[in-house]
Each structure stands twice: as structure tokens, then as C-alpha cells.
Ligand binder design. Structure first.
Ligand SMILES: Nc1ncnc2c1ncn2[C@@H]1O[C@H](COP(=O)(O)OP(=O)(O)OP(=O)(O)O)[C@@H](O)[C@H]1O
Ligand SMILES: [Mg+2]
Length: 248
């Protein structure tokens, strides 16, 4: 379980997070929605310990990660898989090398065993026969899937998805949505996804949280979101420029 407690984060005068509270339960997929620039990616980086909050606590399985030292943080990160907003694959490496990176760096598994696991994860995301290709030879959707295979390569307890479907055509977006749902069902992975794709949020979320003006202003199931009369949430899901959220 992950508990985010009263987390603040500023960059200079830019107060991005102003007291975020959110609990993500074991085995659930929590989707965080919110406008571009509201701090979704920052929140994911704080959860993984890639940045430190100015104040507040982030508890992972009961341990406050904001007080860990570098070697403890490195250990913690092995519990996490992350699909970055722009897949973040290494261009000079093949698909096989990209997906196997963590296994080669952090485990003592044999090369044969690593190859086997890489193939298994690629199969799970519906890719086979591309092991030897470089990212430049793949389409956007294939890159996302390779990024996803890399995120789950170490059998993480938690997977964080930053905009998993943004920039994909609706059919490929749905393929990725299905994969995320299957991961939860097959591997009981706990996931946090951030997105502004509300269709994707409805499809993959057990619960949806809305980040607005530095705080979580709403948490509910997809049905509760669809039926809410919270004006900020309504404006976001209806995609209107008129309402409490300023268009600028
Ligand atoms: N390393 C950083 N240094 C300074 N400012 C930063 C840094 N990272 C993020 N910010 C600022 O924090 C704010 C939130 O950024 P963030 O990337 O979390 O937005 P987001 O909600 O993920 O947006 P998008 O939906 O466009 O990806 C922005 O104003 C951004 O400029
Ligand atoms: Mg972002």
C-alpha cells in the first residue's frame, strides 16, 4: 500500500503540490487525472523517490521513503516499474537489451535466464520477434509496449504509468489499456497511472483521483466520476472551456 500524506513540492516560486493526500491500496489501479502542468509527473517521481517533497510523508508498505538514504532508495526502486511519459528507451540498445537492463544490472541471473524472462515479458505485451530491433525501427505503440515490458521485467510490486496512451491511435491506446487491466488481473500488480485521457482512465481504473490546484480534490470509482456534480471534475471530463478551471 502507498500512502501520500500532506505532500508539498515547489520549484522556486512555483508551488506545484500544496498538500496532496492519497492512499493507493494493494492490488488496485489508481488513475490520477488533471490538466497539463498540474503536477502529475512530479507526483509519480516523488512516489518513486526520484525527487524529494519539501514536506509531507510518502509511505510505501509503511516505510517513509522521504527519510531513506541513497542505497535504501535504490533498493526501494526495485519494487517499482515505471513506464515513462516518453518511453525513455535507450536508442543504442536493442529491444532485448532495453527490457533486460534491470535484470542485467540488479540480479545475478544467467544470460540464458535473462533472455528467457525478456522473451516472456515481450510475449505478455504482445510483441515477439522484435528482440534484435532498435527503438528507431519501432512504431510509437511498439515503443510503449517495449517500455511496458521493461517496467514489468523485474516483477515489480508497483507499476507507475505516466501517460500510457497519449500519442497513440485509439486502437493502440485500447491495446495498452487492455494490457494494464490484464497485468492487474494476472500478476495482481498495484498500479498508479497518470493521464489526461479520460476514456483510458474509465477503462483501467479501480478508482480515479483528480489533482487540481496542488491538491487531490476528488477520489471515486469510474461510475462515481461519471455521475459527480463536482464542478471542477465535471468540466474536466466534459472537456469544456467554461467553468471553474481557467482556460489559460
Ligand atoms: N525538475 C523541475 N524543475 C522545475 N520545475 C519543474 C520540474 N519538474 C516539473 N516542474 C514544474 O512543475 C509543474 C508540474 O509539472 P509536471 O510535469 O508534473 O506536469 P504534468 O501534470 O505531468 O503535465 P503533463 O500532463 O503536461 O505531462 C510544471 O509547472 C513544471 O514546469
Ligand atoms: Mg506529465
Amino acid at each position: 500500500m502507498i500512502e501520500i500524506k500532506n505532500v508539498f513540492k515547489s520549484f522556486g516560486n512555483n508551488q506545484v503540490l500544496k498538500g496532496v493526500d492519497l492512499t493507493i491500496n494493494k492490488g488496485e489501479t489508481m488513475v490520477i487525472i488533471g490538466r497539463s502542468g498540474c503536477g502529475k509527473s512530479v507526483l509519480l517521481k516523488l512516489i518513486m523517490g526520484l525527487m524529494k517533497p519539501d514536506s509531507g510523508k510518502i509511505l510505501v508498505n509503511g516505510d517513509d521513503i522521504t527519510s531513506l538514504n541513497d542505497s535504501q532508495l535504490n533498493k526501494l526502486r526495485q519494487k517499482f516499474g515505471m513506464l515513462f511519459q516518453a518511453s525513455a528507451l535507450f536508442d543504442s540498445m536493442t529491444v532485448d537489451e532495453n527490457v533486460g537492463l534491470g535484470l542485467r544490472e540488479h540480479t545475478k541471473l544467467s544470460e540464458e535466464e535473462i533472455k528467457k524472462r525478456v522473451k516472456q515479458k515481450l510475449r505478455l505485451v504482445g510483441l515477439s520477434g522484435v528482440d534484435h530491433l532498435k527503438p528507431a525501427e519501432l512504431s510509437g505503440g511498439m515503443k510503449k509496449r517495449v517500455g511496458l515490458a521493461r517496467a514489468i521485467a523485474m516483477d515489480p510490486e508497483y507499476v507507475l504509468f505516466d501517460e500510457p496512451t497519449t500519442g497513440l491511435d485509439p486502437i493502440m491506446a485500447d491495446v495498452i489499456n487492455e494490457l494494464i487491466v490484464n497485468l492487474r488481473n494476472a500478476l495482481s500488480i498495484t498500479s498508479i497511472a497518470v493521464t489526461h485521457d479520460i476514456v483510458s482512465a474509465y477503462k483501467i481504473a479501480d478508482r480515479i483521483a483528480m489533482l487540481y490546484d496542488g491538491k487531490i480534490i476528488f477520489v471515486g470509482t469510474p461510475d462515481e466520476v461519471k455521475n459527480t456534480d463536482n464542478p471542477v471534475v465535471r468540466q474536466f471530463i466534459d472537456g469544456s472551456s467554461q467553468g471553474p478551471i481557467s482556460a489559460l
